[in-house]
Design a protein around this ligand. Structure first.
Ligand code: PAF
Length: 282
């Protein structure tokens, strides 16, 4: 596996691969790799000639400095894990100057309002940071296909919008959430949970599954109340938000519309660890 630690060596490599007509599949990450990331590489490997990943903990997308400091980092372990997959051809480990030559500052985007919903309200500036770093990574890696987990569903929708607005020549693919055995969505943040918290956090996915059952027989305000009650009774957990939204506009809805797709979104703080999940309602 090739390891590139700066922009020049990465872009030279990409240039050579493009000249040889190789199709590039790309999965950007912030490291602390887990099985969820591996599922991105597996799909990328099937659909492309070459798989590239990147590891960069992007400071501009953290609205909470404490979250940035505590974000798990273990690059050497991640590199070994990538090598062991046997399917990742190259990893890009840029430094701040490679992605932010003018200094650590986000661009300001308008993603047709997608950025103002849910995470946009809870984490001001977050999607400007994501948009800035993803645009730059896509311009440098020049993938044919790029892969993102559906756990961050709003991020996925925003990246699709970014690519459409900037007319970047890449196809964006959403990959289904990879779950731990108890249903908890795989996340780098899970590493910060105690054994007890990790077990207790299964209630997040269990609740979403219940919501999918209630979806046919209850109104949305009734469902919202039930979800609130579940987390009011959970010690050590705080429900930050729960919303049922239109899957396309991501706007919160209080009614089900037959001609629209709906998805339930949830954020729960387990101790100091912020966990996010979602489920398509069918
Ligand atoms: O989902 C992530 O890990 C990050 O938001 C991403 C897409 C790598 C951008 O920093």
């Amino acid at each position: 596996m090739e390891i590139f630690r700066d922009k020049k060596t990465l872009t030279d490599y990409v240039e050579r691969q493009k000249e040889m007509g190789k199709r590039i599949g790309f999965a950007p990450t912030m490291g602390a790799l887990h099985q969820g990331h591996l599922s991105l590489y597996e799909i990328a490997n099937i659909e492309n000639d070459l798989v590239i990943s990147s590891i960069f903990v992007n400071p501009t997308q953290f609205n909470n400095p404490d979250d940035l400091t505590k974000y798990p980092r273990n690059t050497e372990r991640d590199i070994k894990l990538l090598e062991n997959t046997g399917i990742v051809d190259a990893v890009y480990l840029p430094e701040v100057k490679d992605l932010y030559p003018e200094g650590l500052k986000s661009k300001s985007f308008n993603f047709d309002g997608l950025e103002n919903e849910m995470e946009g309200k809870s984490r001001p500036g977050h999607f400007d940071g994501v948009g800035t770093v993803v645009e730059e990574l896509l311009r440098q890696v020049k993938p044919d296909n790029a892969y993102f987990g559906e756990k961050d569903y709003q991020q996925l929708a925003i990246i699709e919008k970014l690519v459409e607005q900037l007319k970047l020549p890449v196809k964006i693919h959403g990959v289904a959430i990879y779950r731990e055995e108890n249903g908890l969505a795989m996340s780098s943040r899970n590493e910060r949970l105690s054994h007890f918290q990790r077990d207790a956090a299964k209630v997040i996915h269990e609740t979403l599954v219940k919501v999918n059952d209630w979806f046919r027989i209850m109104t949305i305000p009734e469902i919202n109340k039930r979800v609130k009650d579940i987390f009011d009774d959970e010690r050590g957990m705080t429900l930050e938000y729960f919303e049922i939204a239109d899957e396309t506009t991501l706007k919160k809805t209080d009614f089900f519309y037959k001609d629209k797709k709906h998805r339930a979104f949830i954020v729960v703080n387990v101790g100091t660890v912020r966990l996010i999940d979602n489920l398509h309602l069918d």
